[in-house]
Design a protein around this ligand. Structure first.
Ligand code: HPA
Ligand code: ZN
Length: 360
C-alpha cells in the first residue's frame, strides 16, 4: 500500500497486549528445556481441560504448535493453549527475557537475529499479565513485576519505548479469587508505587457479566486506580455498556460487538471511552471471518475512539504493525483517518501528559 511508510512512521501506542501472549512457540520450547518442564506439560494447575494435554500432538515441535494456533475455533480454545504456556515461565529472568523480546519487537520490528529488520515504532505500551495464572504455581506477582520492569528500563535505554504493566483479573475463576488477588496487589503497594498502572479484566467472557466484578472495580475507583475490562469480544453489546456503567472503565478491551447497537455506541461516545481493538485476534478467534468485518468504519463514522493492538501476538500471527497494515489493506483509510487513529491511541494512554506530548 502507498500508505505503508506512513503506517510505519506513525508514533504508535499499544494498550492491549498480554505479556503471556507474547510467548512464541520457540521461546516456549526453550524455557521448557531450561526449566525442565515436560511438553506436553502434565501439571493441571493452570490448564482448564485437564487430561487433554498428555496426548496433544500440538506439542511435538514449535512448528506443530504454530499449525494448531492457526486453527483456533474460539476464545476458550485459544485460552487452553495460552494457559499451558504459562507453565514454562518460572523466574524473574524468564519474565524479563519475555518482556524485552516483546518490547524490542514493538519498538523496532526486529524479532530475532535471523529476521529482516522491519520498522514498527511503538513508542509506548501498556501490557497486561494474569497474576492468578501464576500464583497457583508458586510464582508471586512480585516475580513478574520485577522481571517486567528490569526489561522495561533496558528497553527504554535501548529503544526509547516506555512500558507500563496492568494486572488482569481472570473471569473463569471464582470472583473470590479475583478479590483476594486485587487485595494482595493493593496491600503490597504496587498501585501506589506505580509498578502497576491500572486494573484489567480478561479470560472467558460468555456467562461472566461485568456486574460480577462491580464491587472490585468500585474499590479500585475509590483508590484512584485506572480501570479497563475486556468486553464485547464474544459477549453481547450489553456487556460493553455494563463495563462502562457498572465498572466505570476508561477503556474497553475489544468492544467490537458494541457496533451492533446504536445505544451502546452512543454511550461509548458520550463517556469518551477508548476501545482497544485487535483485528487479527478477532479473525484468529473467529469473531469475524476477515479483517474487513471488524467495524473500523462504523467506529470512525460514529466518533467512537479506538486504538489498534495485537492482543496475543505470538498466537494470532501479528504484532501492532501487522494489525495496522491489515486494517489498511481491508479499508484503505485516508491519511487523516490514520492520524486520528494514532492520535486517539496516544491520548487514550495512561502514561501521563508529558510523555504524551513527547510522543505526539
Ligand atoms: N480475551 C480474553 N482473555 C484473554 C485474551 C482475549 O483476547 N487474551 C488473553 N486473555
Ligand atoms: Zn486481550
Amino acid at each position: 500500500s502507498p500508505l505503508h511508510n506512513l503506517l510505519t512512521a506513525l508514533p504508535k501506542c499499544e494498550h492491549h497486549v498480554h505479556l503471556e501472549g507474547t510467548l512464541s512457540p520457540e521461546l516456549l520450547f526453550e524455557l521448557a528445556a531450561k526449566n525442565n518442564i515436560a511438553l506436553p506439560p502434565v501439571s493441571s494447575q493452570a490448564s482448564r481441560e485437564v487430561g487433554a494435554d498428555a496426548v496433544d500432538p500440538a506439542f511435538a515441535s514449535p512448528g506443530a504448535l504454530y499449525a494448531r494456533y492457526a486453527e483456533f475455533t474460539s476464545l476458550d480454545d485459544f485460552l487452553h493453549y495460552y494457559y499451558i504456556g504459562f507453565r514454562v515461565l518460572l523466574t524473574a529472568s524468564d519474565f524479563e527475557a519475555l518482556t524485552y523480546a516483546y518490547l524490542r519487537r514493538a519498538a523496532t520490528g526486529l524479532s530475532g537475529p535471523a529476521s529482516a529488520p522491519r520498522s514498527s515504532n511503538v513508542r509506548h505500551t501498556e501490557v497486561f499479565f494474569d497474576p492468578q495464572g501464576h500464583t497457583p504455581r508458586g510464582i508471586p506477582p512480585s516475580t513478574i513485576i520485577t522481571g517486567f520492569h528490569a526489561a522495561a528500563a533496558r528497553a527504554e535505554r535501548d529503544f526509547g519505548i516506555t512500558a507500563q504493566l496492568i494486572p488482569c483479573l481472570l473471569r473463569h475463576l471464582p470472583v473470590s479469587s479475583a478479590e483476594e488477588t486485587f487485595t494482595s496487589l493493593i496491600d503490597a503497594g504496587f498501585f501506589a508505587s506505580g509498578a502497576l498502572a491500572g486494573l484489567g479484566l480478561c479470560s472467558t467472557e460468555l456467562d461472566r457479566p461485568p456486574a460480577l466484578y462491580a464491587p472490585i472495580f468500585s474499590r479500585a475507583a475509590a483508590l484512584g486506580i485506572r480501570r479497563t475490562a475486556h468486553a464485547g469480544e464474544e459477549g453481547p453489546p450489553g456487556y460493553v455498556s455494563a463495563a462502562v456503567r457498572e465498572l466505570g472503565v476508561q477503556r474497553v478491551d475489544h468492544g467490537v460487538r458494541a457496533a451492533e447497537e446504536e445505544g451502546v455506541m452512543r454511550g461509548l461516545r458520550e463517556a469518551g471511552v477508548l476501545l482497544t481493538v485487535c483485528p487479527l485476534s478477532n479473525v484468529a478467534l473467529r469473531g469475524v471471518h476477515e479483517v474487513r468485518e471488524v467495524p473500523v468504519r462504523v467506529f470512525l463514522e460514529r466518533g467512537v475512539k479506538f486504538s489498534l493492538n495485537s492482543d496475543d501476538p505470538a498466537y494470532f500471527g501479528g504484532y501492532v504493525q501487522e494489525n495496522y497494515c491489515a486494517v489498511e489493506e481491508a479499508f484503505g483509510l485516508s491519511v487523516g483517518e490514520w492520524r486520528t487513529i494514532a492520535r486517539n491511541a496516544v491520548e487514550g494512554s495512561w502514561c501521563g501528559e508529558e510523555r504524551k506530548g513527547v510522543i505526539l
